[in-house]
Design a protein around this ligand. Sequence first.
Ligand code: B3K
Ligand code: ZN
Length: 848
Amino acid sequence: QKTVYLADYLPYSHLIDKVDLTFRLHPTATRVLARLNIRPNPARKDRDHLRLDGEGLKLVSCRLDGQAITPTLDARSLTIAAHELPVGAFTLETEVEIAPEGNTALEGLYMSNGMYCTQCEAEGFRKITYYPDRPDVMSRFKVRIESDLPVLLSNGNPAGQGQGWAEWDDPWPKPAYLFALVAGDLRAHSAKFVTASGRPVDLNIWVRPGDEDRCAYAMDSLIRSMRWDEQVYGREYDLDVFNIVAVDDFNMGAMENKGLNIFNSRYVLASPDTATDDDYARIEAIIAHEYFHNWTGNRITCRDWFQLCLKEGLTVFRDHQFSADMRSPAVRRIEDVVTLRSRQFREDDGPLAHPVRPESFVEINNFYTATVYEKGAEVIGMLKSLVGDQAYQRALDLYFDRHDGEAATIEDWLKVFEDVTGRDLSQFKLWYTEAGTPRLKVEEAWNDGIYTLTFTQKNPPTPGQPVKQPKVIPIKVGLLNPNGDEVVPTIMLEMTRAKQSFRFEGLAAKPVPSILRGFSAPVVLERKAPPEERAFLLAHDTDAFNKWEAGRALAKEVMAAMALKGAPVSPAWLDALAAVTFDDTLDPAFRALCLRLPAEDDIAQTIHAMGRIPDPARIHAARREMAGALAIRLGEGLSRLYRDLDDNAPFSPSAAQAGRRALKIAALGLLSRRDGGRLAASAFARARSMTEEVGALSALLEVGQGQAELVSFAARWGRDANVMDKWHALQIAHAEPAEAAAVAARLIGAPGFDWKNPNRFRTVIGALAANHAGFHHRSGAGYRLVADWLLKLDPLNPQTAARVSTAFETWPRYDAARRKRARAELERILAAPDLSSDLREMVERMLG
Ligand code: B3K
Ligand code: ZN
């Protein structure tokens, strides 16, 4: 398959004014009739042929203005020569046959547990019918579904139904990637919503019979999202119904099809006994994300797939804002930054680094990445900081006004900000076009009452981009005096040059700086500070993010020093953390975050950034030693803390209660290191929520206990695959490094384990990849197992295989022996006959 370039963009030759689709559903022989009203695109001066995308379709018939014709077919398209086309508008009717039952790639029309469903983004519609499958071709869709299944759904508003059929009419022009169809024996959890301007909307969440009572939280999240988008962005819903369907076999989290969102069942179904607090938070965020796409993605879509961040970065930014409003902004920000660093910084630092707006791709599905999503959102956060909240709001209003109904670009997006503010954003645009995480060095000077901060930015080379330009970096800074009082509240410094100084006058004493407050830019701050200064900020910083960050930076330094040179656990770190842990004036969720030690992969990233080679075994030992030392240092206070938090309040998924549970479980984990798991065993037996159950089990496994509890968990939840994912993941996460691959192999190879289901596959292989010392074990067993299973999955489901292959993206960081083994596995994958273009592109990029 060949490479596509942003620079080659050309508008489509024709416009499609209307699409009428009829589906005669059948597991092995579904008929799809498509009637397209087509005319030449006036934006294109040439008179061109008509080329429609189509893959794996059996053409039954083709008519142009009612006359049977024989178009030119190849494996990827249907073409009608220019001279065979009428001069003006015409109608094209095709009938094709497809086999949803045999569709294991889960792209296009496929089946999951007896139900039909679709996934079209990015280029799956071409597996359903012949069509210009590109986002800049927007059309009005009418759909008729014929099937004996009781529930038949598509986009838009219902337009009639009867025995064995249903019709749907979507008044809003849309690209084909937003098309969806669902048919099955489903039950609805329903509610009503009235929009700000009085439009009544029927809300339904469709699930398998028996799951109806696990939809309440998703529905509540949806209603709050709809209200929030009205209040914060002035965006109302625009159809009479909004349907959500939960599907068990799904390649990703969820999909924002117009009026018919399709969700991985894992991100819909929740009850206190099956979902952890993290699950609740994730469900809320994903429901909101897909709903927000209705405006940022659907009403305004992307001109081409290079503009993916236009909808994804903005929608992630919006769902972060929403979660911050619903929960604690500080806690949300910290969690988002932890994810950003562990996924996006990791990506940016290796062979898969690419700009937020890539310039070329082979398989677009390989670009739904942390960079496009998470960094894409950070870039919008910076833009908002730079122009201010009011200008941001005016720019967004203008964006919706100007581009509603269009397929837009990053240039269009930046232009609304330029028009509203009069600012030149050409330097800012580098955030979209250049890959890599900038490194920011800071020096301070104190002279005659003048305090100077000097920043130097370095933009490291990334694949295909050896040289980079200085970026605009909004650096939020506050200054504290030596007593811990804030003497300069948060201000934003705007850095535009490679090296730049900022002066502060009128200070009585040399201040302690709190730099990059709220993580105001996605950069690596390289500031050497003594442990006492970190401890001071952890105790006194008024910015919650930087307060946490001070402890984090200290923990990272300590762990890296332990792994690199066998340094002892730092007493300064232990004391500082003890003070935070027992400070009852602080939010329990915040304290729980401070107690969460940096992940081993993060430390490997840190050590690599220092120009050294990380040793996974030593990092693992260091982290364990830190946790043990912390358990001892916190002493009896830990038991008291645990008891205080172990109340009998009735369960609520609220952020406040979740925060208390998180702190309680953190305390339990540490206590287990001292009592060998006695308290955790009784906590498991008494658990009243999945959060507590998983928390206790994980504390037990970490200290080598929990076998009986694993058995009882499986006995209780064996029939619920989404819950059992936790059981599988925990065993791999807590396996000893030398055994992790064997544990994963045993679980994924167990009879009856459905590894073809993406949730199952990702759980086991993803958990092994996340067990840093296990995956990178010097035996190479981790690398081998992951490669074996990627090769097994690839012929069935290339998209998920390609996605999971990112387990290998950090391989160049490690020592020669490990590199050799990892490279050998990647080359073995590449040598496989009939490798998918999805997995091939990933492996080739990783090999560099
Ligand atoms: N837009 C979809 C992702 C589609 C992924 C295609 N490989 C979900 C989302 O971002 O909301
Ligand atoms: Zn999205």
